[in-house]
Design a protein. Structure first.
Length: 90
């Protein structure tokens, strides 16, 4: 079954409700090499297929010869606290 942004947010929110962390904060604790200062902003629709978005970002890196290990994308689902989006926006 396809996972889109709405499904992604649902599961991120379930985890955030338990620990109060954003997905990025959780990844940074468990695998810090996969989190860094974002150098590319990504705007996407929540009805997009998450796997396709990730594949497209990989293609983008390949097209512009960007190193996968040091290219970081700002994607709202992973940055906002899904249980408290209003505070993250102010």
């Amino acid at each position: 079954k396809e996972v889109n942004g709405y499904v992604n947010q649902h599961f991120i929110k379930l985890l955030s409700d338990k620990d109060g962390l954003t997905a990025c904060q959780r990844i940074q604790i468990n695998s810090p090499k996969y989190v860094g200062t974002a150098n590319i902003f990504v705007s996407w629709t929540l009805d997009s297929n998450v796997e396709q978005v990730l594949y497209t970002l990989e293609l983008y890196c390949n097209q512009y010869n960007l190193p996968l290990c040091s290219t970081f994308f700002w994607i709202c689902d992973f940055v906002f606290k899904q249980f408290d989006v209003d505070n993250d926006l102010t």
